[in-house]
Design a protein around this ligand. Structure first.
Ligand code: SAM
Length: 247
């Protein structure tokens, strides 16, 4: 997959993708990434990318032409990228959207700054995506966040695809708690079942914990969940545990 970001701060991406899972995907060329400097597409001596808003008011607006030229530079003879504008006004990005976008060949993110970008750039934008109901100073962090989440679904990026499948939201439930050595930390023991070697019981218990967490933390997700047989078995065990706690 090709991913590029159009930004006035290309340096921001230099260190972040030098580490971890994404750096390995770049090394293996599973992902080809480019941070494109919008200033390279300006046509004045000062490389100006922003200007005052028509109609007055506070703040600056990113100019349309340099962005549109930067976008055009991403087109090839036969294809155009899917163009995303990270924006607090967009639909909220989630795991489903990450999975959907991971199937594309080429994505371009346009990173806004200041009050945002000139509205006329929207004529080339395919989708506005928000990372939540808060406002950041720029689209670079949202783009990094989305690239991380999208990359996890690209085959070969995460060595063990099972861990992606078991992550929160993929199965539409939150992930179960995880433990590693030692067996005891500050008097808190690893749950006995995880040491039992009984894989069927371990799976059921993990499902119980996933359901418990989802009910406690995200009842909205729990209410939408479609229960399969293993969920139903786990739910019965959870009810039984809760009944015993009540007695
Ligand atoms: N005036 C804009 C508004 O109220 O919708 C906010 C502009 S914000 C200060 C500057 C840039 O940061 C935006 O153009 C966008 O690219 C990015 N940004 C800020 N918050 C975001 C969020 N929650 N999700 C995605 N992008 C965001």
């Amino acid at each position: 997959m090709r991913i590029d970001v159009l930004t006035i701060f290309p340096q921001l991406f230099e260190t972040i993708f030098n580490w971890g899972v994404i750096s390995r995907a770049l090394e293996k060329e599973i992902i080809v990434f480019e941070a494109v400097d919008i200033r390279d597409f300006t046509d004045d001596r000062h490389r100006t990318t922003d200007d005052y808003p028509f109609g007055g008011g506070s703040g600056l607006v990113m100019k349309a032409e340099p962005i549109l030229r930067a976008v055009a530079s991403r087109f090839t003879e036969n294809s155009r990228p899917y163009i995303i504008y990270p924006s607090p006004q967009g639909k909220v990005f989630d795991n489903k959207k990450a999975l959907e976008l991971s199937k594309l060949n080429h994505i371009t993110f346009i990173c806004g700054r200041y009050e945002g970008i000139d509205e006329r750039v929207m004529s080339v934008v395919d989708e506005e995506l928000s990372i939540g109901d808060f406002v950041l100073s720029g689209g670079e962090v949202p783009a990094i966040l989305m690239i991380e989440a999208i990359s996890r679904f690209i085959p070969g990026v995460i060595g063990d695809m099972e861990s992606v499948i078991n992550d929160s939201f993929f199965s539409e439930l939150l992930d179960h708690p995880h433990y590693t050595r030692p067996r005891e930390v500050n008097g808190i023991e690893v749950p006995e079942v995880l040491l039992s070697g009984n894989h069927e019981m371990i799976e059921i218990q993990r499902r119980v914990e996933s359901l418990r967490r989802t009910i406690e933390r995200r009842p909205d997700i729990f209410l939408k969940h479609e229960f399969d047989l293993s969920d139903k078995k786990a739910l019965l065990m959870l009810f039984e545990e809760l009944r015993k706690d009540d007695e």
